[in-house]
Ligand binder design. Structure first.
Ligand code: ADP
Ligand code: MG
Length: 242
C-alpha cells in the first residue's frame, strides 16, 4: 500500500483551475521530486497534501487515513507531516533552540527537557550544534534552512514535504542543504520535494513527476524522465533548465 496517495485531486482559486485532476502515489521510503514550470501548480499540490489548502475534488490518503474526509482530525495528521518552505518561515523572535522545541512542547509531544535534548541532537545532525542560542537573523540562508529542517524533524514526522528548499539560497549554500536532505533519503525518510535542482533530483529521486498546467504530464524514474522523456512538454522544459 502507498504511504501517500493522491486521487483525481482538483483545486481552484475562484475561476482559476490550478489542479485539474492529479493522480500520484508515494511509497514508504520513496523520494519523489516534483518538477515543472512556474505556475504549474507544484506548491498548491504540496499544500493540498496536508490540507493547508481546501481541495475542491478528489482524495488525499496517507496510510489508511483519508485526509479529505471531513471527519478526520487534520491537525493530528499534520503532526506526522513535516513541511519545509522556500523562505524558511522561522520565528524571528525565538532562538534556534526555541524554534525547534516550540511545536513538540505546545502539542505535548515531549516535555521541555525531552524536546531540548531532541533539538540539540537534530542540530548536531544538520551541522549546527553551536547555533542553539542564535537568533535566525544571525544565521546564513543555508543555516536557516537547516534549522527549518531540524524543526520539521523534531515532530518525528513520517513524511517530509519540501517546497523549493534551496531556491532562496545563494549558490554556495545550496549544497549544504541538499546534503541534509540527501542524508534523510539515505535514512529512508519518505519525501516529496519540489525542486529546480535537476542534478539533485536525478541523483536522489526514486520517482520524478513533471507537472504542467495543473496536470501530471509525465512520471517515472529519473532515467526515464530526464533521459527519455516521452512528452514534448517535458522535453521542452528540460531543454530550458538543463
Ligand atoms: P508553482 O508552485 O508550480 O509555481 P503554484 O501552485 O504556486 O505553482 O501556482 C499555480 C497557480 O495558482 C498560479 O497561476 C498561481 O498564480 C495560482 N495561485 C496560487 N496560489 C494562489 C492563491 N492563494 N490565490 C489565487 N491564485 C493562486
Ligand atoms: Mg511554487
Amino acid at each position: 500500500m502507498a504511504k501517500l496517495k493522491v486521487n483525481q485531486l482538483k483545486k481552484s482559486y475562484g475561476s482559476l483551475e490550478v489542479l485539474k485532476g492529479i493522480d500520484l502515489e508515494v511509497q514508504e521510503g520513496e523520494v519523489v521530486c516534483l518538477i515543472g514550470p512556474s505556475g504549474s501548480g507544484k506548491s498548491t499540490l504540496l499544500r493540498c497534501m496536508n490540507l493547508l489548502e481546501e481541495v475542491n475534488g478528489g482524495e488525499v490518503m496517507i496510510d489508511h487515513t483519508l485526509l479529505t474526509d471531513k471527519k478526520v482530525n487534520i491537525n493530528k495528521v499534520r503532526e506526522n507531516i513535516g513541511m519545509v518552505f522556500q523562505h524558511f518561515n522561522l520565528f524571528p523572535h525565538l532562538s534556534v533552540l526555541d524554534n525547534i522545541t516550540l511545536s513538540p512542547i505546545e502539542l505535548k509531544k515531549n516535555t521541555k527537557a525531552e524536546a531540548k535534548e531532541i533539538a540539540l541532537k537534530l542540530l548536531d545532525r544538520v551541522g549546527l550544534a553551536d547555533k542553539a542560542n542564535a537568533r535566525p537573523a544571525q544565521l546564513s540562508g543555508g543555516q536557516k534552512q537547516r534549522v527549518a529542517i531540524a524543526r520539521a524533524l523534531a515532530m518525528n514526522p513520517d513524511i517530509m514535504l519540501f517546497d523549493e528548499p534551496t531556491s532562496a539560497l545563494d549558490p554556495e549554500m545550496v549544497g549544504e542543504v541538499l546534503a541534509v536532505i540527501q542524508q534523510l533519503a539515505t535514512e529512508g525518510m519518505t519525501m516529496v520535494i519540489v525542486t529546480h535542482e535537476m542534478g539533485f533530483a536525478r541523483e536522489v529521486a526514486n520517482q520524478v513527476i513533471f507537472m504542467d498546467g495543473g496536470l501530471v504530464v509525465e512520471k517515472g524514474t529519473p532515467a526515464e524522465v530526464f533521459t527519455n522523456p516521452t512528452h514534448p512538454r517535458t522535453q521542452d522544459f528540460l531543454d530550458k533548465v538543463l
